[in-house]
Write a protein that binds this ligand. Structure first.
Ligand code: SAM
Ligand code: SF4
Length: 326
């Protein structure tokens, strides 16, 4: 088992397939021109499979594919089908733009739950946030997936003056749609223009919903990062991921592998362990994995030491979100 010095067992691995993406969400990509990692420096399909097997042998039970956009990788289907053979629950976080091309692959891989990111229900605003005109495609794909019987979770990063006034439009969507809307507090990463006053807190999100609805609290699972709710009479549910104002580090079971094969023990960790180079050299990577997990900080990568309202994104030593894999 992959246990850290605070006795947290890590059985959930998130693998980034690429730092490339067909959208340009400003909160995820660095502001300056960004050069995507050349393919030769990315983990190749057999390397992803080999590393995943090592983690599974150490007790990993759940793998989530992410990125960048996992489905822009040319060999995405091959990777999904390789990982589907492992004894894990496999899932994916995607921007939804290419899902219609992957339905049969997802079905063959027995992926039943998908997290799809969508920050707005307004086409023009989608363009403003992502800088790409793909709103209709994402909406059509969400509908397609729901009709095909997939469990769909919608990830919404809530940002003041961008989409905070749409919180109750998303809640209204859950009235008839069997979806889970997950409101995510905006987090600071390298170059993403985060400021504390752009962040909408967990408390503010609930307050906004309460203006129109009576909220019912639902029970969550033990390692949940989300706090779960519904509105009486609604088919769907909603949740809040309160990383910034109410972190869930005590029960964290997550580790991340970046697309270039670096292990990160926390979304906000400063350090990382290169697994790809030693794997390519035929070395044993297990001691590196164990050492990296033992060095995991108690909370938020040990980096958030100042009050939220005085915090600056640039003071946090980290990659940009697109190069970590959210
Ligand atoms: N491209 C895929 C997508 O957009 O779903 C997967 C990668 S994306 C980095 C994973 C998740 O991280 C998305 O739900 C995205 O909204 C979220 N995310 C990115 N930057 C964020 C930030 N600064 N704060 C909070 N969530 C963020
Ligand atoms: Fe691409 Fe997802 Fe980042 Fe948006 S959030 S730029 S879709 S990786």
């Amino acid at each position: 088992m992959l246990t850290d010095k605070y006795n947290r067992v890590h059985d959930y691995l998130r693998i980034s397939l690429t730092d490339n993406c067909n959208l340009r969400c400003f909160y995820c990509m660095p502001e300056e021109d960004y050069a995507f990692t050349p393919v030769s420096r990315l983990m190749q399909a057999p390397e992803i499979e080999a590393l995943a097997k090592i983690f599974v042998a150490q007790g990993v039970q759940k793998i989530r594919l992410t990125g960048g956009e996992p489905l822009v990788r040319k060999d995405a289907a091959d990777i999904i089908l390789r990982l589907a053979k492992l004894p894990v629950k496999l899932s994916m976080t995607t921007n939804g733009t290419r899902l219609h091309e992957f339905i049969s692959v997802l079905e063959t891989a027995k992926i039943t739950t998908l997290n799809i990111s969508l920050d707005t229900l307004v086409a023009d605003k989608f363009m403003l946030i992502t800088r790409r005109d793909l709103f209709k495609q994402v909406m059509a794909n969400i509908e397609l997936l729901i009709n095909k019987g997939f469990q769909v979770k919608i990830n919404v990063v809530v940002m003041k003056d961008y989409n905070d006034h749409e919180i109750n439009d998303f809640i209204a969507w859950t009235k008839h749609a069997p979806i889970q809307v997950r409101f995510i507090e905006f987090m600071p990463f390298n170059g993403n223009r985060w400021t504390s006053n752009k962040m909408v807190s967990y408390a503010d999100i609930l307050h906004e919903v309460e203006k129109q609805y009576t909220i019912v609290t639902l029970l969550g699972d033990k390692n949940d990062t989300a706090k779960h709710f519904t509105v009486a009479g609604h088919t769907g549910t909603f949740a809040v991921i309160s990383t910034m104002t109410s972190p869930f580090c005590d029960t964290c079971n997550r580790i991340r592998l970046t697309a270039d094969g670096k292990l990160k023990n926390c979304l906000f960790s400063d350090g990382e362990a290169d697994l790809l180079t030693p794997l390519r050299n035929g070395e044993d990577v297990l001691p590196l994995i164990q050492g990296n997990i033992l060095s995991k900080a108690k909370q938020l990568g040990g980096q958030f030491t100042t009050a939220l309202n005085t915090m600056e994104a640039l003071a946090i030593h980290n990659r940009s979100m697109i190069t970590i894999g959210g």
